[in-house]
Ligand binder design. Structure first.
Ligand code: NAD
Ligand code: UDP
Length: 314
């Protein structure tokens, strides 16, 4: 891919900062945008060393102006962890609603393409397993998770209608549970919670009986898939996730083993509408992108644990 200029929202967050780092390494110019609502300014430190990186502190619920040409706008700004989006329900709906609209308008103005970070949450508590892109989902429109999953569904609808109406080139990725370095240790998602609890000598918290499943992907595999998608003309939604499925109880045991921990497990109530099972069908990404995850859960956890140990234990 020739070198391009990208506006990347959510650049101070977990995925945004990792993606920005890789885009800069590949020779692209990145204009990062973030309001630090759930992101961390320290995630920008290694990016600021690149002359091809600039940063705009801005809330993308408001329209944004950017100087100079733009080839792609990539919209990753949004709280992503259940406790965070439940803390900011209206902001979450607005960043995916009005935020998505303003960024699509920026694309119209700049003749740029638009990449939307969507989510496996749009499949809700799925009645089809594993989930292919053609599955319409099983979502409670007014439940506790609706401020996030319905907002992302609206963001997808808006993306495709703005594309059909104004000819904006679009890419939509449906990201399945992803973790790795630079995720906020207090983010509230399950892998960071378990590592954080072991580092703090606390019990591991399992919601429900731990029999619900998720399929966890390492951040580098996700970033690899995103770069491949930019290199293809494919404009339909693409699942990016690791199809290896585990129960949450298994995840707790694996994290304990890798950290040599004897922590106890504390069972807490399962939140309402928590999906029972989740696993991506990656037939499309395999055939369109020639992509599949390469990093095993063990390796991904080891790298992530080492990262947090280097950050917090001196
Ligand atoms: P994150 O919370 O680490 O990053 C989100 C970033 O967006 C933060 O830096 C936050 O400050 C910023 N932000 C939020 N609202 C904003 C606003 N109004 N204006 C400007 N910046 C704003 O979360 P993440 O895990 O990096 O998720 C990034 C994107 O990927 C989100 O859109 C999320 O829905 C999507 N996603 C993530 C996962 C995952 O497993 N990590 C799974 C599916 C989808
Ligand atoms: N979970 C858990 N303990 C925790 C945090 C989460 O058992 O400390 C469960 C949660 O109920 C869900 C799964 O782990 O079933 C994944 O939760 P996470 O918030 O990481 O992602 P999501 O629910 O959005 O897939």
């Amino acid at each position: 891919m020739s070198h391009i200029r990208i506006v990347l929202t959510g650049a101070a967050g977990f995925i945004g900062s990792n993606l920005a780092g890789r885009l800069l390494q590949e020779g692209h110019a990145v204009i990062g945008v973030d309001n630090f609502m759930t992101g961390n300014p320290a995630n920008l430190d290694s990016l600021q060393a690149w002359p091809s990186f600039t940063f705009i502190e801005h809330d993308v619920i408001q329209p944004i102006g950017v100087d100079g040409p733009v080839d792609w706008v990539m919209h990753f700004a949004s709280p992503a962890s259940p406790p965070k989006y439940l803390n900011y329900p209206i902001e979450t709906m607005r960043v995916n609603g009005e935020g998505t609209r303003h960024l699509l308008e920026l694309c119209q103005h700049k003749n740029a393409g638009f990449l939307l970070a969507s989510t496996s949450e749009i499949y809700g508590d799925p009645s089809v397993h594993p989930q292919p892109e053609s599955y319409y989902g099983n979502v409670n429109a007014i439940g506790p998770r609706s401020c996030y999953n319905e907002a992302k569904r609206y963001a997808e609808a808006l993306t495709y209608w703005m594309s059909r109406t104004y000819g904006i080139p679009v890419r939509v990725i449906r990201i399945f549970n992803t973790f790795g370095p630079k995720m906020d240790l207090n983010d509230g998602r399950v892998i960071t919670n378990f590592i954080n609890q072991i580092l703090a000598d606390k019990n591991l918290t399992i919601y429900g009986d731990g029999s619900q499943t998720r399929s966890f992907q390492y951040i580098d595999d996700l970033v690899d898939g995103i770069l491949r998608l930019l290199d293809t003309p494919y404009d339909q939604p693409v699942n990016l996730g690791n199809p290896v499925e585990h129960t949450i109880l298994e995840i707790a045991e694996i994290v304990k083993e890798l950290m040599n921990s004897t922590a106890s497990i504390e069972f807490l109530p399962l939140p309402e509408d928590d999906p029972r099972r989740r696993k991506p069908d990656i037939t499309v990404s395999k055939s369109i992108l020639g992509w599949e995850p390469k990093i095993s859960l063990h390796e991904a956890l080891l790298r992530t644990i080492r990262y947090y140990q280097s950050q917090f234990i001196h």
